[in-house]
Design a protein around this ligand. Structure first.
Ligand SMILES: [Zn+2]
Length: 510
């Protein structure tokens, strides 16, 4: 696959027996066959072939330590060598050998050790049991490797870098194996997902192209709301959600898909949300970075979540497009922009949690804590105690901080983080690894928490089976939101003094 960008050097098909190589890593390995030291013949079965020249692929270099051990180098983000975390590559041409014994024939699988030797981070969830993902031709569902086969340690052989080593048994000769840092979620998968949603011709789902990335990929903007809310002159309460500004943070896409799937569904809660709110969602802010297999940056090496103060239309076009739209909406008297949520994944923390802003106005600060407290009640994997509020200088260019300073006092801006690895359920200490489905479930729970926030529960059709509450923490007491504007147009809401915590939630369990 040609990644067609001049800064981005892609190696052609190649064969090497180099063992020491200090060259900077320019591109992904392409069908790279590792031959033993001193071997000069044709490649044979068992000479492992590595490849990362595919969408979201990342592996920059392979060095053989022995027949059964390989050092692997992550390719740094394009135009930014500081970030080396995401990896995603295939291995094939593996060998299964046989040992003849007196009585039986034992099939012996090829067991190798891979060392990922150039991570740019030191703290990692690998210390807490995280393991790389693997799938293969005959087992196409992603699985985590057993944590007992994974080691994370400071290695004297690699300039005291932290190295993650894992042992793996190749058990089927004809399989191609793929390894990744976390569940991949590519730009193409995202486009197919949106194409399929569009084909359903839902009158409350709209897709438009808000702009293009430097490499001409689409910046998609979705609007989910009842069509009546879009008519000329209608007042709109807008929830703005963005994802995947950091391309290696793939859980962001699963959470975002969970939100979208729920909001377009026929679930009674989703219907009420569509009637009362306008959801604007830009699920993939950095499509080039996603395509290229970067961890943090855009094609040109920018961490887009540090450029909200002054995005350039040519260097940060997707960010520029989203910011222009938000400012336009902010200046529209018919639009009340109530929430901005930017979805990320976290490489050292467990659970889902949020970052919010610090305000001088104590009441505003308190009101900001309401949404995460409600979400904590709805999602067993979301932690309010890990949620924090800050104004670090280093975060000044983030969407959450910039918009928190721009928007008025009734708007709330959050970063929603979710662990790359696991969550801990209340009352236990064991970590439950996230699955793709668990990430999507967090998205569904984010969406339905707006029902509680806006006290729309009475509007949902009564369903006979009440929903069991899953609580992992006892959330601290909270003040109920003082809603902006009148809620008197909401049938059933007038005079409702009860906290939404006390409502019997009629929605079905997730
Ligand atoms: Zn992030």
């Amino acid at each position: 696959m040609n990644l067609y960008f001049p800064f981005f050097i892609v190696r052609g098909p190649s064969v090497s027996n180099d063992t020491v190589n200090d060259d900077p890593i320019g591109g992904n390995v392409s069908k790279y066959i590792v031959l033993p030291n001193g071997y000069s013949g044709q490649p044979k079965k068992g000479h492992l072939t590595f490849d990362a020249c595919f969408e979201s692929g990342n592996l920059g270099r392979v060095e053989q330590v022995s027949e059964f051990e390989y050092d692997l180098f992550i390719r740094p983000d394009t135009c930014n060598p500081r970030f080396r975390v995401w990896f995603n590559f295939t291995v094939e041409n593996v060998k299964e050998s046989q040992v003849r014994g007196m009585v039986a024939i034992y099939r012996v699988t090829l067991r190798v050790i891979f060392n990922i030797v150039n991570f740019s981070k030191t703290k990692s969830l690998y210390r807490d049991g995280m393991a790389p993902m693997v799938k293969s031709t005959s087992r196409p569902k992603w699985q985590r490797l057993p944590p007992k086969n994974v080691y994370y340690y400071r290695c004297p052989d690699h300039r005291k870098n932290y190295v993650m080593s894992f042992a793996f048994c190749f058990d089927r000769e004809d399989d191609m194996y793929q390894f990744a840092y976390c569940y991949p979620y590519t730009y193409t998968r995202f486009q197919h997902y949106l194409d399929n949603l569009q084909k359903r011709n839902m009158d409350y789902f709209f897709r438009e192209q808000l702009g293009q990335s430097v490499q001409q990929r689409q910046l998609d903007l979705l609007t989910i709301t009842s069509p009546e809310n879009l008519r000329e002159g209608a007042d709109k309460k807008v929830i703005f959600i963005t994802g995947r500004v950091h391309p290696g943070e793939t859980p962001s896409s699963f959470v975002c898909q969970g939100i979208i799937d729920f909001l377009v569904s026929q679930h009674p809660v989703a219907r009420v949300l569509r009637e009362h709110l306008v959801f604007k969602i830009a699920p993939m802010l950095n499509p080039d970075g996603v395509y290229l297999g970067n961890y943090r940056c855009s094609l040109m090496g920018f961490d887009l979540n540090r450029h909200w103060l002054d995005p350039s239309p040519w260097a940060h076009p997707t960010l520029h497009g989203v910011k222009q739209l938000i400012i336009k909406m902010y200046n529209d008297p018919k639009i009340s922009l109530e929430f901005y949520i930017d979805i990320h994944a976290h490489s050292t923390m467990m659970n889902g949690f949020m970052y919010g802003n610090i305000f001088e106005d104590e009441e505003r600060f308190q009101r900001q804590s309401i949404f995460p407290k409600l979400l904590c009640q709805n999602a067993e994997d979301f932690s309010y105690t890990s949620t924090s509020f800050n104004r670090d200088a280093v975060k000044a260019g983030t969407g959450r901080r910039f918009l928190g300073g721009l928007l008025d006092h009734t708007s709330y801006c959050y970063t929603l983080e979710v662990s790359f690895y696991s969550y801990i359920i209340g009352g236990t200490t064991s970590a439950v690894p996230y699955t793709e489905e668990a990430y999507m479930k967090l998205g569904r729970n984010v969406a339905r928490t707006f029902l509680d926030y806006y006290r729309l529960n009475p509007l949902v059709e009564k369903i006979t089976v009440p929903m069991p509450r899953l609580r992992k923490e006892n959330p601290p007491p909270y003040k109920h939101p003082s809603l902006r504007g009148s809620t008197s147009n909401v049938p059933g809401s007038r005079g409702d003094k009860k906290s939404s915590m006390n409502h019997k939630d009629p929605s079905t369990p997730f």
